[in-house]
Design a protein around this ligand. Structure first.
Ligand SMILES: Cc1cn([C@H]2C[C@H](O)[C@@H](COP(=O)(O)OP(=O)(O)OP(=O)(O)O)O2)c(=O)[nH]c1=O
Length: 191
């Protein structure tokens, strides 16, 4: 029998993605404060944050399989998380304008003592953005809960010139890889 799967995330996107492919799960949002260890590389940072979220929730459920995830944008060696305010959202979008950045999503699967972590990296290239376009986009409110201050699945789609890698990882969860990793540890998936 499958263990019950718990998504340790408040991200509506991660929930929608698992629902899209009929993975059965429930949600328990972790209360971990997201602090990036400055000694970590971006891939270490996303896997570590994903693991902290999963472990936090796993403490309340023995035997369940808990999935945590974390997404960041990397540009010119800086890690961009969610913007603190509109000003910072504008600054991030100016940094991304006309350039290629990386989106990394780390995933952690925790069941009792068993832990698996992995990440996916996607390259995203933006068209040059006009200041006025940035201002209007920030005004829409869409950037405020998203790493790098944009949502590829929303209005932010019009900024994107090219993408190399998993689209779903940019949205918050590398879906096909996640299902494969779940199967490897004995979670049987039926479409
Ligand atoms: C780049 C990008 C990010 N995002 C989102 C995915 C994540 O929800 C968010 C990054 O924040 P995260 O800290 O990874 O996740 P979260 O705070 O939304 O949820 P939780 O910590 O409870 O799991 O940015 C998009 O929705 N679209 C995009 O194009």
């Amino acid at each position: 029998m499958n263990p019950s799967l718990i998504l340790a995330s408040g991200s509506p996107r991660r929930k929608e993605l698992l629902e899209q492919v009929n993975v059965p799960f429930t949600v328990h949002v972790s209360k971990v404060e997201e602090v990036i260890d400055p000694s970590h590389t971006p891939s270490e940072a996303v896997m570590s944050l994903a693991l902290q979220k999963a472990k936090d929730v796993a403490e309340s459920y023995s035997d369940a399989l808990v999935l945590g995830a974390d997404t960041v944008v990397v540009q010119h060696n800086s890690i961009l998380g969610k913007p603190k305010d509109e000003q910072q959202a504008k600054e991030m979008l100016r940094m991304l304008s006309g350039q290629t950045h990386q989106v990394l999503t780390g995933v952690a699967l925790v069941q009792n003592e068993q832990i698996i972590t992995f990440y996916e990296q996607t390259d995203v290239t933006f068209y040059p953005l006009k200041e006025e376009e940035i201002a209007r986009y920030v005004q829409s409110g869409e950037p405020m809960d998203k790493a790098g201050s944009y949502g590829i699945q929303g209005l932010g789609a019009i900024f994107v010139k090219e993408i190399k890698g998993d689209y779903f990882s940019v949205v918050g969860l590398p879906l096909s890889r996640t299902v494969r990793e779940l199967e490897k540890i004995g979670f049987h998936y039926t479409m």
